[in-house]
Design a protein around this ligand. Structure first.
Ligand SMILES: CC(C)(COP(=O)(O)OP(=O)(O)OC[C@H]1O[C@@H](n2cnc3c(N)ncnc32)[C@H](O)[C@@H]1OP(=O)(O)O)[C@@H](O)C(=O)NCCC(=O)NCCS
Length: 221
């Protein structure tokens, strides 16, 4: 059965307003203060202020009333709420997936890695075979798709990259026309859906519930 999943785009600015800082808790402020570059600090503040505003609207409370904790392998969750969520940020963009019933993971990337140099660290044997059969001009896009799918899936499960990305296959070179796929992992079917929030971005949402085509909501911070 399909469970409602919403995806929000939070455009990030190189500056962070005092209002955004005021929404953060002590842990988030400490983390923000540790960034070396102002631009990274401000993007983090914007992403977390946006996330708090969106989650608070869903939970019918104030953004500062939300309490976060992290599970054993690092996945953040809301204390005292059944809402499940996952955040990803890259460059000027953050994305947030929210669901009341499904486990969700999300990834967005704004830059393409040097694929040929890291395929052996990321791709399963089956993916590597398919990747090598691609024309060189197709490889970057294919790698980015497989990377965002893999990261979204591992974030949905909650282990992130603590689990070897080579141990899961999300299908390089066999993309379904509508950008969706399903993967069985440890007895659970995980659904994947690719999306783009801007021409220079790749993203994927993963959930343990079927995912209909995504309409992306947007908030300004
Ligand atoms: C989690 C991980 C995949 C994030 O990758 P990334 O490309 O840097 O970042 P993204 O922007 O896509 O996602 C970052 C967000 O994912 C969330 N996140 C962190 N750990 C997570 C996990 N284990 N599972 C799901 N989501 C996680 C956080 O909200 C984080 O945002 P924040 O740092 O602003 O709070 C990666 O850092 C990782 O797997 N690390 C290993 C796990 C780890 O070190 N855990 C430490 C505690 S045991």
């Amino acid at each position: 059965m399909e469970t409602a999943i919403r995806v929000w785009h939070i455009p990030l600015s190189v500056t962070a307003t005092p209002e955004a800082w005021n929404l953060l808790d002590a842990k988030e402020r400490t983390k923000a203060e540790r960034f070396v570059r102002d631009v990274d600090r401000n993007r983090y503040v914007g992403a977390h202020a946006g996330m708090r505003r969106i989650l608070a609207a869903e939970a019918s409370c104030r953004p500062t009333d939300l309490h976060f904790a992290v599970a054993a392998k690092g996945k953040p969750f809301l204390v005292g709420s059944a809402l499940r969520f996952n955040l990803s940020h890259s460059g000027d963009h953050a994305v947030l997936a929210i669901s009341a019933g499904a486990d969700v993971g999300i990834d967005v990337e704004t830059t393409a890695p040097n694929a040929d140099r890291i395929t052996h660290l990321v791709l399963s044997d089956r993916e590597l075979g398919a990747y090598r059969r691609l024309a060189p001009s197709e490889r970057e896009t294919a790698f980015l798709r497989v990377w965002t799918r893999k990261e979204a899936l591992l974030k949905a499960i909650g282990c992130g990259l603590l689990r070897d990305p080579r141990s899961v296959t999300v299908d390089v070179g066999e993309q379904v026309a509508d950008g969706s796929a399903a993967v069985e992992l440890d007895g659970t079917i995980w659904h994947l859906r690719d999306f783009a929030i801007a021409p220079d971005t790749s993203g994927c949402l993963a959930a343990n519930s079927p995912i209909p085509p995504i309409s992306i909501l947007s908030i300004d911070v």
